[in-house]
Design a protein around this ligand. Structure first.
Ligand SMILES: Cc1cc2nc3c(=O)[nH]c(=O)nc-3n(C[C@H](O)[C@H](O)[C@H](O)COP(=O)(O)OP(=O)(O)OC[C@H]3O[C@@H](n4cnc5c(N)ncnc54)[C@H](O)[C@@H]3O)c2cc1C
Length: 526
């Protein structure tokens, strides 16, 4: 099977040692970590980036499956400070996005600050020294500020299916594509029909002998308006001032208008539903298959998928769509059970899990501990994820989580949210310097009011009330992943860090000129 080559690591120099002390430690080097690194470098701050892998890119390094591409147009799904006139098409393929992120790391001079192979295993706040103590396989360090850019979709989730360990074929997750494994002529199962699976299926269908797609819920699929930019258009983006900004603006406002249907007037989604039904009718002539592929909930409740080649692939004679529950994995088959109890065994050589990521239980929360040793995950598993502006958490001073709770988007580019959060962090650091503050953490009551507001605003949206179960919702049924409204509202709200929302700490200099941790003050701000 023809697939893209695995990404090559970006660095070739011998690894540099970790600093023992740094002002700001950024974790991760995807869109989030790189945005933070660029801003910190521009501000002349002392920082290091800790990346567990051996390359930058995050999502776009890890997901190299056939057909992998963004589903927000590239002119918008890129940094505002680093427009790329060379995007080859509307929805760029993964290798181009990875190249882009590598070039940003190089061009903005942050590469020398990144330490690869430096997975953060533990980060605990030391209240006495008012610093984070960070453990990595490459040694430990301390930092005053911890910026976690560890990603909302960076930990693959594989369901605990009975018998999975007994499977004798090859099984892997879409985010860990086995490029060394040839699917040609194999009987392949794709489990899941989310954003990754629908990109994979059309690519592998012509190669495999048989493809079985296991679908729990039919996704809404809409036509993907993708096109090649061509040399003339790329030339214009590079040489005619304002052209690319105009293209980005048009996409931005087009996407923002979707919020009207998603969150304000959900009846508008009916218009999109009619368009999606038309696509299904045009592309799937078999009524039985069409019935299986017809969603029974409001458009938008789960992520809307854009694909013009997915339905035609499913309609091919070597493809089966199975909607019965998976009962068990056998050494050479997947057994399903229908609602009447009947059981079928589907023989397979390879299983591809397109089953998503740990979104509402991010692993970094297991590794971050407050001054009393309490893990953020303990707090969140009890109360659900919450953070002021999806960024800061009471009890965890100087922790800034990029793309934290309620910052995800159902309609537009997450890079917009990342840039707004990074601007907020930079403003917070500036104000802390100006006022001689060592640490800040949100007031608990402000954080809870913010979390309650998120739930209130999300209540009537299609994401919450659209009649589906999705990865946007946590175990308590709360939507702790999505931002409820327009992205410009988020940007406006985060423009300035209002220290009245924070408990602020100041380390007081002792008589001898040393910082006396015992004398650290916690100042109320009003
Ligand atoms: C296939 C796919 C397609 C997508 N398409 C879109 C799209 O079109 N539009 C959109 O808006 N979003 C899309 N997303 C969401 C995507 O995850 C975000 O857009 C964006 O890439 C997130 O960037 P990030 O830096 O926050 O996280 P990531 O890109 O996930 O980067 C996190 C980084 O942190 C590192 N890391 C994690 N834990 C640790 C640790 N403990 N120690 C050290 N390093 C650590 C990881 O190795 C990784 O490099 C897509 C996601 C997937 C999976």
């Amino acid at each position: 099977m023809a697939v893209d080559a695995s990404p090559r690591p970006i660095h070739s120099r011998p690894p540099e040692a970790l600093p023992r002390e740094v002002d700001v430690a950024v974790v991760g080097s995807g869109f989030g970590g790189l945005a933070a690194a660029v801003a910190l470098r521009r501000a002349g701050r002392d920082f290091v980036v800790l990346e567990r892998d051996d390359d930058v890119g995050g999502t776009w390094r890890d997901n190299s499956y056939p057909g992998c591409a963004c589903d927000v147009p590239s002119h918008l799904y890129s940094f505002s400070f680093a427009p790329n006139p060379d995007w080859s098409r509307s929805f760029s393929p993964q290798p181009e996005i990875l190249d882009y992120l590598r070039s940003v790391a190089r061009r903005f001079g942050v590469l020398p600050r990144i330490r690869f192979g430096a997975e953060v295993l533990d980060a605990s706040w030391d209240a006495a020294s008012m610093r984070w103590r960070i453990e990595t396989p490459r040694g430990s360090l301390t930092a005053r500020v911890l910026v976690a850019g560890t990603g909302p979709l960076s930990e693959p989730s594989v369901p605990a299916l009975p018998g999975l360990a007994s499977f004798r074929g090859t099984a892997f997750h879409s985010a860990k594509w086995r490029h060394d494994h040839d699917l040609a002529g194999e009987r392949v199962a794709v489990i899941g029909t989310g954003a990754s699976a629908i990109q994979i299926v059309p690519q592998i269908q012509p190669e495999v002998s048989h493809l079985t797609v296991f679908q729990r819920t039919a996704p809404w699929v809409m036509r993907r308006r993708d096109r090649d930019f061509g040399t003339a258009e790329r030339w214009a983006y590079r040489h005619i001032p304002g052209t690319q900004r105009l293209a980005r603006s048009a996409i931005y406002w087009g996407r923002e208008s979707w919020v009207l249907g998603f969150a304000k007037q959900t009846w508008l989604m009916g218009i999109g539903e009619r368009m999606a039904h038309r696509l299904l009718r045009q592309q799937v002539p078999d009524p039985e298959l069409r019935a299986k592929l017809t969603p029974r909930y409001r458009l938008g409740c789960k992520r809307v998928l854009l694909a013009t080649d997915y339905y035609p692939a499913l309609a091919q004679p070597n493809v089966d769509v199975v909607t019965d529950r998976i009962a068990e994995i056998l050494p050479h088959a997947i057994a399903t059970e229908a609602s009447d109890g009947s059981r079928i065994e589907h023989p397979v050589d390879t299983i591809v899990f397109g089953t998503g990521f740990h979104v509402t239980d991010p692993p970094i929360a297991d590794r971050v501990r407050d001054g009393n040793g309490r893990r953020l995950s303990e707090l969140w598993s009890r109360d659900g994820m919450s953070a002021l502006h999806g960024l800061t958490v009471a009890g965890f001073p100087n922790l800034f989580m990029l793309v934290g709770p309620n910052t995800g988007l159902g309609h537009s580019s997450i890079v917009l949210m990342i840039e707004a959060q990074v601007a907020h962090v930079m403003d917070a650091l500036r104000q802390m310097d100006a006022r001689g503050l060592t640490a800040i953490e949100p007031r608990p009551e402000v954080q809870s009011a913010y979390a309650a507001r998120m739930q209130r605003e999300l209540a009537g949206t299609v994401w919450n009330a659209g009649g589906c179960a999705s990865w946007y919702l946590d175990d308590h049924g709360r939507n702790t992943t999505l931002w409820p409204t327009f992205t410009f509202a988020f940007r406006r709200e985060l423009q300035r860090c209002d220290l009245r929302n924070y408990v602020v700490h100041r380390a007081v200099e002792a008589a001898g000129g040393h910082r006396d941790p015992v004398a650290a003050e916690a100042l109320g701000w009003s």
